[in-house]
Design a protein around this ligand. Structure first.
Ligand SMILES: NC(=O)c1ccc[n+]([C@@H]2O[C@H](COP(=O)([O-])OP(=O)(O)OC[C@H]3O[C@@H](n4cnc5c(N)ncnc54)[C@H](OP(=O)(O)O)[C@@H]3O)[C@@H](O)[C@H]2O)c1
Length: 266
């Protein structure tokens, strides 16, 4: 068995967690993805932000640049195979390589019991949250292999993928399937030095959870009560876990679905 680490752990650690890495972030116009774009850039990455809403992407890109970071953006609907490939290609065109990707973009659909899920909503979370993640992973693996050679991918799952999800059954099912894609990819691409992990956030203060709260009043309070740390996360706290998993400091971590949930899963 070859026990040589793919990263030289004896070398002095670069001061920044993601120094020199070119990173694609989907769903980067707001919420956790925007927090990731700001954080990854502060940690030395050159970031490419992808989502559908150009104005939000422009605003976050400008913010990163104003803080001295390197960022650009590309409009991309994760349900559109050609657009996903074009986003990955754009990262390589801009930065000459792809080292890492945070597959974070996802659609939210109205909460409600399984028998009341509308077929079009099921199809939508399938197309964006599951198929879109698969499309992105496939294109990213090819780009990492062709440029950086080795690298890392983090998928944004949810604590709601790890148990029954009675309020969001279709969303939970797609996130559980994302965990499966994550583990399968970790096994497939581990031998060539491409690590694939997922994070499973708990309630995080973004537009997504505010939309959910608006439709299910009292949700945030219920989540707080079920969370040992008794609060929701700030988006940056979720981005921090993704940054570490994408960095060489997580060089022996692959195939993990890491809860970042204030203890909600415990
Ligand atoms: N907030 C939470 O409590 C929580 C908990 C667990 C997991 N998560 C996960 O965390 C991730 C980020 O969520 P968030 O809370 O930050 O939500 P958010 O504020 O609604 O942001 C979602 C991002 O995804 C993008 N997006 C949505 N549909 C897309 C599509 N078809 N193509 C490309 N991009 C798309 C959105 O931009 P456009 O609409 O402009 O495309 C936006 O940038 C998601 O995977 C979510 O499932 C969130």
């Amino acid at each position: 068995m070859d026990i040589t680490p793919t990263t030289d752990t004896s070398a002095p650690a670069a001061s920044a967690l993601l120094a020199g890495k070119a990173v694609l972030i989907t769903g980067a116009g707001r919420g956790i993805g925007a927090a990731a774009a700001r954080l990854f850039a502060r940690e030395g990455a050159r970031v490419l932000l992808a989502a559908r809403t150009r104005a939000q992407l422009e605003a976050v890109t400008e913010e990163v640049r104003a803080a001295g970071g390197t960022a650009d953006h590309v409009v991309c609907d994760l349900a559109d195979r050609a657009a996903v490939r074009a986003a990955v290609d754009r990262a390589v065109e801009l930065y000459g390589r792809l080292d890492a990707a945070f597959n974070n973009g996802a659609a939210f659909v109205p909460p409600g019991p399984l028998d009341q899920v509308r077929e079009e909503d099921f199809d939508r979370v399938y197309a964006v949250n599951l198929k879109g993640t698969w499309l992105a992973m496939a294109a990213e693996v090819a780009a990492i292999r062709a440029t950086a050679g080795t690298g890392a991918i983090v998928n944004n799952s949810s604590v709601g993928s790890l148990r029954g999800n009675p309020e969001l059954p279709a969303y939970g099912a797609m996130k559980r399937a994302v965990n499966s894609l994550t583990e399968s990819a970790a096994v497939t691409y581990g031998p060539e030095g491409i690590r694939v992990n997922a994070i499973a956030p708990g309630g995080t203060l973004t537009e997504m959870i505010r939309t959910w709260e608006a439709r299910s009043p009292g949700l945030l309070q219920r989540l707080r009560e079920r969370t040992p740390l008794r609060r929701a996360a700030d988006p940056e706290e979720i981005a921090q876990a993704a940054a570490w998993l994408l960095s060489d400091r997580a060089s022996f971590v692959t195939g993990a679905v890491l809860p970042v949930d204030g203890g909600a899963r415990a």
